[in-house]
Design a protein around this ligand. Structure first.
Ligand SMILES: *Cc1c(COP(=O)(O)O)cnc(C)c1O
Length: 317
């Protein structure tokens, strides 16, 4: 179900110099334009169809309070005239030792937009990501007991359809560019962006590198599972193996939702050289990784930065 026009813009970064062996390009999924843009819009075009087809009257999902997915899901449900309830935590974590310290606030940013889309948030005390998932199911059951027809959408909208959205985004790039990229760098969190692009470019010269924003090596296993689900539900197989996914944990900084020094420097650099803004949770860290990898010579040639959006959190710190 179209929610915004595609393709998004692809252009070269003319002013930012990352070394003579690098030709730097950017894919502007920050400009998808639906409820302030971002990569989640691509998944939501598929989810919107499913929401409509399910005939549900309420969608239930979950996430960190500043989730960009929830912002765009709220807008999707609004245009479909379906209620949307999001169970949120300020600081969800995998285990207590890795709980992030100072994170982006529980005011402003994405939260400021709920009023306009009607997204209903239930903010619950911090716990693990599994606790968050469980609380979402509990909320869904509570609404079912009230006679509502409920559709549950997993964290970040990562599903077979989410992967397919990015398989198609890979095709979009292949049609847009008159050459093949050597590397595509993207922030990676719930994994559908990286898994979808990796599926599309498998066997080509283009290498996808996903930059972690959570200090959780388990994300790699989740991505493999996501790939298996994608193939089971009709995606082009075989499913990806862990070694097919280049997933880097070196630029997480203090943790999910907690800005890093290098990330902030990358944001300032791109803002000053190109007038393009990044966000402190995802794209700033991913762009910091791109700069390090290019400067060290680990990546060179035609490099594409996939700008996945996330602007609202710039206003939440
Ligand atoms: C969700 C998100 C990502 C990560 O995408 P996944 O498909 O969940 O891995 C990257 N950047 C931004 C701004 C996001 O909101």
């Amino acid at each position: 179900m179209p929610l915004f026009p595609l393709p998004t813009v692809l252009h070269r970064l003319e002013r930012l110099d990352v070394g003579s062996n690098c030709d730097l390009w950017i894919k502007r999924d920050d400009l998808t334009g639906f409820a302030l843009g971002g990569n989640k819009g691509r998944k939501l075009q598929y989810l919107a169809h499913e929401i409509k087809a399910s005939g549900c009257d309420v969608v239930v999902s979950c996430g960190q309070v500043q989730s960009n997915f929830l912002r765009q899901l709220g807008a999707t449900c609004a245009v479909l005239e379906v209620e949307c309830v999001a169970v949120c935590m300020n600081r969800p974590y995998q285990d207590l030792e890795r709980k992030p310290g100072k994170v982006i606030g529980s005011h402003g940013g994405n939260l400021a937009l709920d009023e306009w889309t009607g997204l209903q948030r239930k903010i619950i005390p911090d716990g693990t990501w599994d606790d968050l998932d469980e609380a979402m199911e509990t909320e869904a059951n509570r609404l079912r007991n009230h006679g509502k027809q409920v559709m549950v959408i997993p964290l970040g909208g990562s599903s077979a359809q989410g992967v397919h959205a990015f398989y198609e985004a890979g095709r979009e790039i292949a049609n847009q560019a008159e050459f093949e990229f050597d590397f595509i760098i993207t922030a990676s969190s719930s994994g559908s962006t990286q898994v979808g692009l990796t599926h599309y470019f498998r066997g080509s010269k283009t290498k996808i590198i996903g930059i972690a924003v959570d200090p959780e090596p388990e994300v790699l296993d989740d991505m493999v599972t996501l790939s298996e689900t994608y193939v089971e539900q009709g995606g082009i197989g075989p499913a990806l193996l862990p070694e097919d996914l280049d997933f880097r944990l070196d630029w997480v900084g203090p943790g999910y939702g907690s800005p890093s020094e290098e990330g902030n420097q990358a944001i300032a650099l791109l803002a000053k050289r190109e007038g393009i803004l990044l966000d402190p949770v995802y794209t700033g860290k991913a762009f910091a990784a791109l700069l390090d990898l290019a400067r060290s010579g680990e990546i060179s040639g035609r490099i594409l930065f996939w700008h996945t959006g996330g602007y609202p959190t710039l206003f939440a710190y």
